[in-house]
Design a protein around this ligand. Structure first.
Ligand code: GLY
Length: 417
């Protein structure tokens, strides 16, 4: 080796070493978070032992666990968390529990009552297929996708999220409501096309994403929560909200679902329109003037702002501080980590750095349940449905799920560097 080559080689080795040291220092927050999670989920496993009917969802004010039943939207997150614990630790106890809780959801493959089957089945069985080669799982996921597309209307070009119901404040009827969250169910459909060879699932997903892009987004890439369509004509009748502050505001978790959903659809289609949408929605989120400096959003970006009229009794004096939504930060950070792997090189660091900064905040004792403020959940300070007075400043099972997912995504990206 001549002298120049030797120098280049040495500099290369030093750079690699420095990257590894920086990574080793950085990865600590991932280890710390999984380490914090383990005893909490041990407690939750013990508490739920042998009862595969009640799915942990949140905490009541008195500290009791709030469970939801098999037909409600969050059943897949607990098995999903157990899969992520197994993924990180490779400890068989998590796998055993993950299998049991995943199997408990089997009958949900026929659930056509709402759009949430994607959340329920892809966060459970969709994770199981990464670790277990069981052809039955493919069939269960395929049947789940068949159930989901039963709610698709070619006239509307969308999957109906909820059945007919009244809007917030009983102002109008939603005949065919579609919510931003529905973008999260599309991954199941792309998977179904892959295993069955039937492209109709993928076509439904693409059409749904196109309609969402057209009707749920404003010019600045902020989002409406609910769009209500006329099922007979496909015409947009209303653009409103259920869980957000007001119809024209931007509900933080809805925006996060959008970033995540459009990133997934871009990964599966390589259609640049979806990439642009994911990036612009992320830009809105991370550069919003009301995003607090710790990067964990208020539950809605426009809470209490002039010009935003809520259809519910908003009492600004009720909260000393506007509640945050750590679940929105967890979802957005997981989404932006994947987004950072799909965007042109120049843009990578914008999304990667924003995601890591959120994850680091969530890993501090302000959000991470290091001191066991409650015995069961990992993240504090999420908000489920503030306008209905439910789940305000509490742990939520899906905040934990997307946080662990984001930590694993971060670890995988950092290890590849
Ligand atoms: N999909 C329901 C929620 O985000 O609260």
């Amino acid at each position: 080796m001549n002298i120049v080559k030797k120098q280049v080689f040495t500099i290369g080795c030093i750079c690699l070493l420095m990257t590894k040291i920086a990574y080793a220092q950085d990865i600590n927050f991932v280890e710390k978070s999984f380490h914090t999670a383990a005893p909490l989920y041990d407690n939750l496993l013990l508490k739920t032992k042998g009862n595969f009917k009640d799915y942990p969802h949140s905490l009541y004010e008195n500290g009791e666990i709030k469970y939801l039943q098999i037909d409600e939207w969050t059943g897949g997150f607990w098995p999903g968390i157990l899969w992520y614990m197994y993924d990180f630790t490779k400890n068989e106890k998590w796998k055993k529990a993950a299998l049991e809780w995943t199997h408990s959801l089997e009958s949900n493959q026929y659930n056509t009552n709402h759009h949430d089957i994607g959340f329920m089945m892809y966060c459970s069985y969709g994770n199981a297929i990464k670790f277990v080669n069981n052809p039955k799982y493919e069939q269960i996921l395929l049947q789940s996708a068949k159930s989901l597309v039963k709610r698709y209307s070619p006239t509307v070009g969308s999957i109906q999220s909820w059945n007919k119901r009244m809007s917030k404040g009983d102002i109008n009827t939603w005949e065919f409501p579609v919510i931003m969250d529905n973008m999260m169910n599309l991954e199941l459909l792309f998977y179904a096309t892959k295993v069955s060879g039937d492209s109709s699932f993928k076509q439904v997903a693409i059409k749904h994403a196109e309609q969402t892009m057209k009707n749920h987004l404003r010019k600045d890439y902020s989002s409406y929560h609910v769009v209500n369509y006329d099922p007979k004509t496909g015409k947009v009748l209303h653009q409103q909200t259920l869980q957000g502050f007001s119809d024209e505001s931007t509900w933080a978790r809805g925006q996060a679902w959008g970033i995540y959903g459009f990133t997934t659809v871009y990964r599966e289609t390589k259609d640049k329109r979806f990439l642009k949408t994911a990036m612009k929605m992320a830009d809105f989120f991370i550069s919003h003037p009301r995003l607090p400096s710790d990067k964990v959003p208020l539950w809605d970006f426009n809470v209490g702002q002039v010009g935003y009229r809520p259809d519910w009794q908003y009492d600004p004096a009720k909260d000393k501080e506007t509640p945050r939504d750590a679940s929105a930060a967890a979802i957005a950070s997981s989404a932006m980590l994947e987004l950072s792997t799909l965007v042109p090189a120049k843009q990578k660091s914008k999304y990667f750095d924003a995601a890591v900064s959120m994850l680091k905040t969530l890993s501090t004792s302000k959000y991470l349940n290091i001191d066991h403020e409650n015995p069961y959940f990992l993240l504090k300070h999420s908000t489920g449905n503030l306008p209905s007075g439910r789940e305000i400043d509490v742990p939520l099972i899906y905040a934990d799920y997307y946080f662990l997912e984001a930590l694993l995504r971060y670890k995988n990206i950092a290890e590849e560097k």
